[in-house]
Design a binder for this molecule. Structure first.
Ligand code: MN
Ligand code: MN
Length: 464
């Protein structure tokens, strides 16, 4: 055998994704990414992502799942979990005790939440106090335009949607920073400490109310809030108001090959799942798409992946076919689609050298056999059999994929919802889009990888 043939036979060689697709596929990729950007811009919070996903699903014939409704092959149903998480299913031709093909992503992203009593006045300026949500580098949130999104529940039960700053004509919010001229002490401090979490306060007004009393600026701001939303200070007690960056998603790079945006983690995978399930007709195995909340703070609460809301939905589906949930779970397969870190040549030192296992931009869907910290602690660690099954499906369906790992050994680490699925006796593997500047207010992904994530989930639904 000639040496070149032997190399082809024995070496595992990865290629840049753009060397692997034709013009037709390139056009599909571009069209897909236009739709993704629109989804991301409409989904600044987990609630908005769920609302937008329901809107898109209903347009494709999905209907709300009602307990005990009869279900037949090809039926398309969804269940909103308190408006903050969403589960969708397309019923397969095989019964559910043969297993479901599941994909799971999260729709919450790092942000700043308002405190229950956020409003205060200091030296005739009014501020909103925040408590950050998820793992973020606090300094990245200073001196850039921010928006406020969320919901206020009034004492009478009325729900008021709040959106401040999204419309280009609307005002913006900001957290100020010290001028360099007076920052000689600040710049010597540790980056994680120089801005205290307690000082992440948003500038919210400066004009006093025309009277002689105290807190005149705060009164003026409250009166503007009453005019705009019909709320008082007490109504903040029962509110979820989230501060997010005010940058719409758009192309990055002169070749427009990348997308900058807030919340790629993990709405880029959420959209891939959603797009894939919306295209299904009647799959062999029932397809399930999970979009959960609270991943960034440990998958807690009723709307996180640890919640039994998932069991409830799957059990209801199983009962409609007279089969057991435990039989369904043990035969199911889950792709836990969450973003992974992209190898960044600017910060090469946190990855293995030479980079072989870390995901690169434009090399496709990143499959992460294990996550975790130190000796894989807190990881799912998919079995060889599980990865083997995925290799077959991806190869048969033209899905370009690569390995991913969260930095070099002992550098740091993290986890995803994968372990909360595998603990339920479901074969699960992590896969997702590589991201630069993950958890920053504006993250970067490669269009090629976004598209391959969608193709990967579609292949799972159709062919596993
Ligand atoms: Mn994530
Ligand atoms: Mn994250």
């Amino acid at each position: 055998m000639e040496e070149s043939n032997l190399r082809d036979e024995l070496f595992y060689q990865q290629k840049n994704g753009y060397d692997l697709i034709d013009l037709d596929e390139r056009l599909k990729l571009e069209a897909y990414c236009e739709e993704y950007k629109a989804f991301l811009n409409a989904s600044r919070t987990e609630r908005e992502a769920v609302r937008e996903a329901i809107r898109l699903a209903e347009a494709e014939g999905f209907v709300p799942f009602v307990r005990d409704m009869p279900l037949k092959a090809g039926d398309k149903v969804y269940k909103s979990i308190r408006g903050k998480a969403l589960m969708l299913a397309v019923i397969g031709s095989e019964p559910l005790d043969k297993g479901a093909n599941i994909s799971a992503a999260h729709v919450d992203s790092p942000r700043l939440d308002l405190k229950p009593l956020p409003l205060y006045e200091d030296h005739e300026l009014v501020y909103l106090k925040t408590h950050y949500y998820g793992g973020l580098k606090k300094y990245q949130w200073l001196t850039s335009p921010l928006e406020l999104h969320g919901v206020v529940i009034k004492k009478n039960g009325e729900s008021v949607d709040v959106v401040i700053g999204q419309d280009p004509e609307d005002l913006k919010l900001v957290i100020t920073d010290l001028l360099p001229h007076l920052a000689q002490n600040q710049v010597k401090e540790n980056a994680s400490d120089f801005i205290k979490g307690e000082n992440m306060n948003l500038l919210f007004g400066s004009v006093p109310y025309a009277d002689e009393g105290k807190d005149r600026v705060k009164l003026a701001v409250l009166s503007l809030l009453r005019d705009r939303y019909g709320i008082s200070e007490e109504d903040f007690l029962s509110a979820e108001l989230e501060v997010v960056p005010s940058f719409p998603a758009c192309d990055v790079g002169l070749d427009r090959s990348l997308i900058g945006g807030y919340g790629h983690d993990d709405r880029v995978c959420a959209y891939a799942e959603l797009k894939a399930i919306l295209e299904l007709d009647t799959p062999r195995r029932t397809a399930v798409c999970i979009l959960v909340d609270k991943e960034e703070i440990g998958s807690v609460g009723t709307t996180g992946m640890q919640s039994l809301a998932f069991e409830a939905f799957m059990k209801d589906l199983c009962e409609s076919q007279g089969v057991h949930l435990r039989h369904c779970f043990e035969n199911s397969f889950c792709l836990s689609t969450d973003v992974c870190n992209a190898f960044d040549p600017m910060y090469w030192e946190v990855s293995e050298r030479p980079n072989r296992n870390g995901a690169r931009l434009n090399y496709g869907l990143g499959v992460c056999k294990f996550t975790g910290v130190r000796g894989k602690s807190g990881s799912n660690d998919a079995s060889a059999e599980v990865i083997g099954a995925l290799r077959r499906v991806f190869a048969d369906n033209g899905v370009v994929w690569q390995t991913a790992e969260l930095g070099k050994v002992d550098q740091g680490g993290g986890g995803t919802v994968a372990r909360f699925l595998s603990v339920r006796n479901i074969d699960t593997v992590d896969a997702g889009v590589p991201v630069l500047s993950m958890h920053a207010p504006w993250e970067v992904v490669a269009k090629f990888d976004c598209y391959m994530n969608y193709k990967g989930v579609l292949a799972l639904y159709k062919d596993l």
